[in-house]
Design a protein around this ligand. Structure first.
Ligand SMILES: *Cc1c(COP(=O)(O)O)cnc(C)c1O
Length: 395
């Protein structure tokens, strides 16, 4: 039994996440620096083409964050003031903040308690004449019930804009998650499964929307720098719409090209570690709720989220969190519901009680270390620490 093993506190901090970069990325960045072309150029175009092939998207547009991708998606689709978008509150607030900037109203839908994903059975009752889109978040990499969601969207003439920040490589019934969506936003932030430090991508199916999104991503200029300064000679550009400055650099894409190739191997490691945690915590059902993985999906296993069942513990989540960290193990919190944050309470009058599963999870989730390169003995240490802390407070 693990709890009977002798315990020695590690002296070195174990981070909850660590990017996995190798000599291939280093060499590619060096090649880019020596090429003299730093901003959006040939490597970004190649990264876009490879992401389009990987996901099956009609178009892929490289951007400097997932937040930018979600913003551009809404604007390119013509969603704006007074419109409503259905989305979970159990997420990172980036898309929701962008909705506020565009005067779009976020309409929150509660999550399933076992996956913490948007509960598709609650979507239809929240649709109004102002609803324009549904924005699922594939929590921790587990796809939302995509076929049912697509069917509801089609029946009501709504767009599906996916937040796939956790789900770059997730599949639903054997197809990439994006195959059920009109647009899909990916994050290449430092902690994500595929990282470029900062970066993002927007997959787009509609040709005209794709053209508009590309225009919006670089000031609304009729010609990008790669074309303006090419050997064909300088060409005038025009502003045809007031756009944004959201383009991805070739330095970042240098990382992305190799990270994308390594993604399938990374996923195998994530799946192995996830299975190991599932097995190690299987007997703690009274104090720990583990996320379920449905048989018809392949999750990107982006996070390993435990929910501490505070009803059976003499400790709060934050106490458990502090005690885990005190043993030199890094953790993350994904997430505290967006509707509970002060700005959202004040602006929209949101209050506890409106989304019971989201609110319970907000008080119980802790993400523990999971990433390719996490050593087996380090994972065993995490397991030992989590078990010790929970058993200490078990009622
Ligand atoms: C990380 C994250 C984002 C934001 O990604 P950026 O690339 O940092 O803008 C959006 N949504 C979710 C669910 C995320 O986890």
């Amino acid at each position: 039994m693990i709890q009977e093993m002798t315990f020695t506190r590690r002296s070195e901090f174990l981070p909850y996440n660590r990017a996995c970069l190798g000599p291939e990325e280093e060499q590619e960045v060096l090649d880019t620096l020596r090429s003299g072309w730093l901003t959006t150029g040939p490597k970004t175009r190649r990264f876009e083409a490879e992401m389009a092939e990987f996901t099956g998207a009609g178009h892929c547009l490289a951007l400097n964050s997932c937040t930018a991708a979600l913003h551009i998606a809404m604007v390119a689709a013509g969603i704006g003031e007074g419109d409503e978008i259905l989305t979970p509150s159990m997420t990172f607030p980036s898309a929701i903040n962008e909705m506020v900037h565009e005067r779009i109203t976020p309409v929150f839908v509660d999550v399933e308690p076992d996956t913490l994903n948007l509960d598709v059975s609650l979507v239809e009752e929240r649709i109004t004449p102002r609803t324009r889109a549904i924005m699922p978040v594939h929590f921790a990499g587990h796809p939302v019930e995509q076929d049912r969601l697509r069917e509801i969207a089609d029946r009501h003439g709504l767009l599906v804009i996916g937040d796939a920040a956790h789900a770059t490589e997730s599949t639903f019934r054997g197809r990439h998650v994006s195959r059920f969506e009109d647009m899909t936003a990916y994050s290449f932030y430092a902690t994500k499964n595929l990282t470029t430090g900062e970066g993002g991508m927007l997959g787009i199916e509609d040709d005209q929307v794709a053209e508009r999104a590309r225009l919006l991503s670089l000031h609304g200029m009729s010609r990008d720098a790669w074309k303006r300064y090419s050997s064909e000679g300088y060409q005038h550009w025009d502003i045809v719409t007031p756009g944004y400055k959201y383009n991805l650099t070739d330095v970042a894409s240098s990382l992305g090209l190799h990270q994308l190739r390594k993604l399938p191997g990374f996923l195998l490691e994530r799946e192995r570690q996830t299975a190991r945690y599932d097995e190690a915590f299987a007997d703690l059902g009274d104090v720990l709720r583990l996320l379920v993985r449905r048989p018809h999906v392949r999750s990107a296993c982006h996070l390993y989220v435990i929910q501490v069942r505070t009803e059976n513990l003499r400790a709060t989540r934050d106490q458990v969190m502090h005690e885990i960290q005190a043993e030199n193990v890094g953790i993350g919190i994904h997430f505290r519901g967006v509707h509970l944050h002060p700005f959202y309470r004040e602006r929209f009058g949101f209050a506890p009680g409106m989304l019971p599963h989201t609110e319970r999870a907000s008080e119980q989730v802790i993400s523990i270390p999971l990433y390719p390169g996490l050593k087996e003995e380090d994972q065993e240490y995490v397991i030992q620490v989590v078990r010790r802390v929970l058993l200490r407070h078990r009622r």
